[in-house]
Ligand binder design. Sequence first.
Ligand SMILES: [Zn+2]
Length: 169
Amino acid sequence: MSIGLKPIPLKELKALSAPKKWEVKGYLDDLASLTPIKGVLIAEHQENSLLIKARLQTIVSLKCDRCSNGFNQNLKFDGKELIWISKENDLDVEIHLDELVECIDPLDKFEPEKWIFEQLNLQMPILNICSDSCPGPPISNNMEASFHEKGDNGSKDLDPRWSPLKKLL
Ligand SMILES: [Zn+2]
């Protein structure tokens, strides 16, 4: 399933008299969202750049890194990106390094769905924490873990600083 936004050649965007606007509503294969991704996406071909503006929203289901409970997270993107239109070879390397701009070949296509996927993916939390009142790791798991550690044959109790010596023996 996809949103159904087809890639559009830059040449075609350039020929338009007004910015191209898409209504976004649907699911992406690579983004397991609970609700459809909704919003608007606008692509405007400027002299030597492509200006992409978007307002997107969806809800994803994540698993808490601390307590392992599932929870729902709002994903929102409201912003813009300027993509440099240039052939790789033409591109001034210094500009490229200084501004870390995205670059697209003039003969290439703009892929709305790929762009949406990338932007929403960037909004994903680095650490998934269910809420401020996260109960933390399940207690039973904790006890089990410490039991296993102590129940080991004792090698783990050795001060790690001694381990290089142990190897010599
Ligand atoms: Zn949690």
